[in-house]
Design a protein around this ligand. Structure first.
Ligand code: FES
Length: 90
């Protein structure tokens, strides 16, 4: 029995799917985001981005520090409107 490894839990994307798309030439986080929706779930990639970047680095044979992290769109972290209204950084 083959066990599926789910990398992006929000969008239910498996390691096998990610590897298949990388092998097709989609070897950046943003490209994988467009075709698989990884990083677009409620956690905005906090649960899967690092794993996917490491997988891209492994496939390309480069250090993970050389793999672009992809586009972050605001809000990168949820912020309560009350904090913004007060102008503070609680
Ligand atoms: S685990 Fe991938 S977007 Fe949340």
């Amino acid at each position: 029995m083959k066990k599926e490894i789910v990398v992006c839990r929000c969008e239910e994307v498996t390691l096998e799917e990610i590897r298949q798309w990388i092998n097709r030439g989609y070897d950046s986080f943003d490209e994988l985001k467009r075709v698989l929706r990884v990083g677009m779930g409620p956690c905005q990639g906090r649960g899967c981005r690092d794993i996917i970047l490491k997988e891209i680095a492994r496939a390309k044979g480069v250090p993970v520090s050389e793999v672009p992290v992809g586009t972050f769109r605001p809000p990168a972290k949820p912020v309560k409107l009350g904090i913004l209204a007060e102008g503070g950084d609680k």
